[in-house]
Structure formats: structure tokens, C-alpha cells
Design a binder for this molecule. Sequence first.
Ligand SMILES: NC(=O)c1ccc[n+]([C@@H]2O[C@H](COP(=O)([O-])OP(=O)(O)OC[C@H]3O[C@@H](n4cnc5c(N)ncnc54)[C@H](O)[C@@H]3O)[C@@H](O)[C@H]2O)c1
Length: 282
Amino acid sequence: MSDQPIGVVGAGTMGQGIAQVAVASGFSVHLYDVADEQLSRAEANIDKGLGKLVAKDKISEADKAAALSRLSTTTTLDALNDCAVIIEAAPEQPELKEKLFRDLSRLSSTTILASNTSSLSLTRLAAVCEHPERVVGMHFFNPVPVLKLVEVIRAEQTSDATVAEIETLAKALGKTAVPVGDAPGFAVNRLMVPMINEAAFIVQEGTATPEAVDDAMKLGAAHPMGPLALADLIGLDVCLAIMEVLQEGFGDPKYRPCPLLKRMVSAGYLGRKSGRGFYVYE
Ligand SMILES: NC(=O)c1ccc[n+]([C@@H]2O[C@H](COP(=O)([O-])OP(=O)(O)OC[C@H]3O[C@@H](n4cnc5c(N)ncnc54)[C@H](O)[C@@H]3O)[C@@H](O)[C@H]2O)c1
């Protein structure tokens, strides 16, 4: 597989991380985006990310130069037609992803199409493709160069061979693949985001302050970070969107988004990215 390039679609937060890890692991990468300036930003950030590894003596300057030489950028989808695997990390919009998958599935009859979606149904994405058995979820976690997990999500149509190839690829990228079915929130978000939502209920009801909730979970449950500091890092809008996906997908009232979370999102208190969430950031 490593003789053929990997395609990465979308050069934002996740696409940059995936491309960085892939070139550092010896793969050639074609990084595609609709925006030229985003590709320039991605190249600069990947250079910086690899630079940090050099500073920590994890790779040499020569390794960094070799990794960067394996990265090419493009705004032409056709340039991905020689890829063994294309990993899509475009915005979380169902219509945008469906159009992309339809177009990507026409490029080659052998390419595996993997989506990094956090919440959309892989089965629905596979259904718009010419070779649905080659569609799979490959859910990386942010920051990609640091976090080891990849949830491998099997759509109804995904073949065993596709799952096996993606598990092999995850391993070659230094990640640990965990198989998960195509259900809302997969495994991690289904567990983690309702915990954040419950923490918001605790604050809303005046049972404890955000600091107290976070201290309690760090000291009493050995979480490296409290749930509300984590919510600020993820983005409260993203947490709310995931709760809505769980509520709609399962139709179960236990996934009701906390009204405080909704009010904070409406107010623009989105966490670190807006300077204010459960905490205030300078
Ligand atoms: N950010 C996270 O913590 C995180 C974690 C896991 C999964 N995800 C998932 O990864 C995907 C990408 O998220 P992100 O945070 O990197 O988003 P982002 O907004 O940082 O990046 C998206 C990129 O896609 C590009 N883009 C827009 N339209 C496009 C198109 N038609 N074709 C190709 N590229 C296009 C944008 O220019 C941008 O560079 C989403 O599906 C998201 O749910 C995000």
C-alpha cells in the first residue's frame, strides 16, 4: 500500500494532522482543498509540526526534509486518481460530503474512500458511491499527531477486505484501530459528549461550579482534563451538534442537550476559540 500515495481531502485542522502523520510515516500524500490559501497554511503548519518533532529529537532534520518532500498539494480532485486510499476531512455537512464521495468514487475503481466524519452515517455516504464496499469510516482524534486512536467504522456495505486494509494503514501510521459499528456518535463521542452534557446540567442546577466539576473528575476519576475544560477545547457548538445527532439518531430523551449548553452556544460562548466558554481565555 505504501507504494501508492494517500489522498487527504480537506486541509483544515484534521486534514493537516492526518497528512503530517502520513508523510512522517513514509507515505506520499496528495493534500486536496478547494482553497489555495488553506493549502499554503497547511504546508506551513505541517512544516511547524514536523519541526516540533525535530526539537524533541524524535526525528532528524533530514527525516523532516524527506517527509516534506513526500507532500504535494492540489486543488484538482483528479490529481487523487492514483491514490490507494483517500481520507476525507472536509466540513461536517452531509450534502458536501455526499457530493465529494460521489465524485471521488468515479476517480478509480480500486481506491478505498475513508471518511473522518465525527457523526454522519457511513452507510448513507457509501450509498451514493459507485463501489460502496470500499467506503469506510476512519475517525482520527484531535490533535492527530498526538492521539493514538482511530475508530474504524464499518458501513453496512463495507467489505472485510476494506476493513482489513484500513486497519493495516492505521497501524502503519502508528495508530491503534478500534472497530465500531455505524451508530450515532460511534463509541468515543457517544460516551464522552453526554458526560460533558451532564457536567453542564450540574453547573446549570448550581450543584457545583465548573472548577469543582473539573477538579472532581481529574482527582476522583483520573481524567487528565475535566469535562468542562474539555468542552471548551472541543468547542461548545461542536458538543451541542453531537448531542443533537445522538438525540435525533436514537430518539432517546436521555440525550437531551442541556439548556445551559444551548444558551451558551446562542450567546457565542463557544469555548477557547471564542475566548469564553465555561472558562474565560485571555
Ligand atoms: N476538529 C476536530 O476535533 C475533529 C475531530 C474528529 C473528526 N473531525 C471531523 O473531521 C472533518 C474535518 O474537520 P476539521 O475540524 O478539520 O474542519 P476544518 O474546518 O478545520 O477544515 C475543513 C477543510 O475543508 C475544506 N473544504 C471546504 N469545502 C471543501 C470541499 N468541497 N472539498 C474539500 N475540502 C473542502 C476547507 O477549506 C477546510 O480547509 C469533519 O468531518 C469533522 O467532523 C473533526
